[in-house]
Design a protein around this ligand. Structure first.
Ligand SMILES: C[S@@+](CC[C@H](N)C(=O)[O-])C[C@H]1O[C@@H](n2cnc3c(N)ncnc32)[C@H](O)[C@@H]1O
Length: 274
């Protein structure tokens, strides 16, 4: 196949996916998209984009498998434990300090690109441990969003296998999970703080007044221009002195670096200046 018809086949496929599945390919880095789509084509032993488009029309299963490959739902509880330590030791005490001096009792956290829920549940556990029973004197909730509806269903269910719990201490397992047929389900005492919903971090409506935004291991897939727009959105969505945490292998764009205050470079923690 000529590279011209290969390119037009690839462009057609991207438009098809964006139009039919709400996964807007134009936001994502082309090299990553290509690698992921090519890997599905190899698995299905198809070597032209045109034939792969026909397969997607015939096989909803393959379409779902492709979307799974594109969204990359990999996550775990307390992923990168040092970030969670910094949340425990720096972010949460500082946020609560400002809440106290402002006599405000609302704490809003947003986990953007929450995948199967391990990240928002981990944060809810940290706040619960820090505040103890006092947590219910606050209106505390974690908004957890993703574009993948299947993974959101799994997140709402909150059931995980033993190997997904590798960073969870025995004490936390006992306190916050019920054992169900060899798996672990998040207890309602934590679930009640986490609200899952479908939302696209790039094009979804803007919500404001967050004290902490986690957007980890999602930005890395997006083109630089789209990242710039998202950082601007996060600035508008955060309260003054609100924190932003991005993934360990992600960086702020040069534009965004001028707008956020750096708190911890190693753990990728930033703050919105007042
Ligand atoms: C690798 S997971 C990261 C999960 C978690 N934040 C972590 O770091 O462990 C990336 C998630 O981002 C979601 N995602 C990708 N593009 C998105 C978008 N435009 N808006 C919201 N979520 C998106 C994917 O569906 C996937 O579940």
């Amino acid at each position: 196949m000529s590279s011209e018809s290969e390119n037009s086949g690839f462009e057609f496929l991207k438009k098809k996916i964006s139009g039919e599945r709400g996964f807007n390919c134009s936001y994502y880095k082309e090299s990553i998209l290509k690698r992921r789509i090519d890997s599905r084509m190899r698995r299905t032993e198809i070597d032209s984009y045109k034939d792969y488009v026909s397969l997607l029309d015939r096989s909803p299963q393959e379409y779902n498998a492709l979307i799974d490959t594109l969204t990359v739902n990999v996550t775990e509880f307390f992923r990168n434990p040092l970030v969670f330590k910094a949340m425990e030791e720096v972010i949460i005490p500082n946020l609560l300090f400002y809440k106290k001096i402002q006599s405000r009792k609302v704490i809003r956290v947003w986990s953007a690109g929450c995948a199967s829920g391990e990240e928002p549940y981990s944060v809810a556990i940290l706040f619960k441990e820090f505040l103890g029973d006092e947590i219910d004197d606050y209106v505390f909730f974690v908004t957890a969003t993703d574009i993948d509806d299947n993974i959101l269903d799994k997140a709402r269910e909150g059931i995980y296998t033993a190997d997904q719990m590798k960073n969870v201490t025995k004490e936390r397992l006992d306190n916050y999970f019920n054992e169900v047929a060899g798996k672990y389900q998040v207890k309602d005492s934590i679930k009640k703080y986490v609200k899952f919903r479908h939302h696209d971090v790039i094009s979804g409506e803007e919500t404001h007044y967050f004290d902490l935004i986690l957007c980890r291991n999602l930005l890395i897939y997006l083109s630089r221009g789209v990242q710039d727009e998202i950082f601007e959105r996060f600035l508008r969505s955060l309260n003054p002195y609100g924190y932003l945490v991005i993934g360990k292998s992600e960086t702020l764009t040069p534009e965004a670096a001028k707008r956020f205050e750096l708190i911890d470079l190693c753990e990728r923690i930033y703050r919105k200046p007042p």
